[in-house]
Design a protein around this ligand. Structure first.
Ligand code: IMP
Length: 196
């Protein structure tokens, strides 16, 4: 089965291919000639995931899926949330986002409980034969005091998953995928597709 993955990120496609297995051939929009941006201007990750998927469906009318992920810190009112990619402002990189996150956590009233509790949440939207389906994945954890590890991307170097003693960035890609928010959501998608 062929499926368009509404992303321009080849790393995500490689990770998804491994989880979805040989029966699913993933196609990136750029391979179909679309090199523009895929809009993600929603107020929530649910809205963004749906928006990206709907956009690609409307363009190609072929089965497709999109994902959107947020890091949510309860003591910061759920921030960075839907703004995870641009927490430190447009054009800033992950280092700047992490620096802002650690600085914001320092400002939280120390009398509050579980100040560093956090979670990653992924929402995948699939449109197959015109019907829309959603798959969720959540990974709880805590934000470390400082960065550790060289692997991964984004906030991986400060996120310690629940039950672990190291950050996502200190794990191998396989170890991370086995427990991560996106891995969980992606395996739900894989299970659904295997039943079609
Ligand atoms: P996206 O929805 O996958 O584009 O993710 C939004 C932002 O969240 C990214 O720019 C990353 O900074 C961050 N992010 C997403 N997934 C992960 C992850 O697995 N580890 C660390 N950061 C992530």
């Amino acid at each position: 089965m062929e499926l368009i993955f509404a992303t321009a990120n080849p790393d995500k496609v490689r990770e998804a291919s491994e989880i979805l297995g040989k029966g699913i051939t993933l196609i990136m929009p750029k391979k179909l000639g679309y090199k523009g941006d895929i809009p993600e201007t929603g107020a929530t990750i649910e809205a963004n995931s749906k928006m990206k998927c709907q956009f690609i469906w409307n363009k190609f009318n072929k089965s497709c899926f999109a994902d959107d992920t947020a890091l949510e810190v309860a003591s910061l009112g759920g921030a960075p949330g839907v703004y995870s990619a641009r927490y430190a402002g447009e054009g800033h990189d992950s280092k700047a986002n992490i620096a802002k996150l650690l600085a914001e956590l320092e400002k939280v009233d120390k009398r509050k409980k579980n100040i560093r509790a956090a979670r990653f949440r992924t929402v995948i939207t699939l449109i197959h034969k015109g019907t829309l389906y959603t798959f969720n994945g959540v990974m709880n954890g805590t934000i470390a005091e400082k960065e550790s590890g060289e692997g991964g991307f984004g906030y991986d170097s400060v996120f310690i998953p629940e039950g672990c003693s190291c950050t996502f960035a200190e794990m191998s890609e396989n170890q991370k995928n086995a427990i991560s928010h996106r891995g969980i959501a992606m395996r739900k998608l894989a299970h659904f597709l295997s039943q079609l």
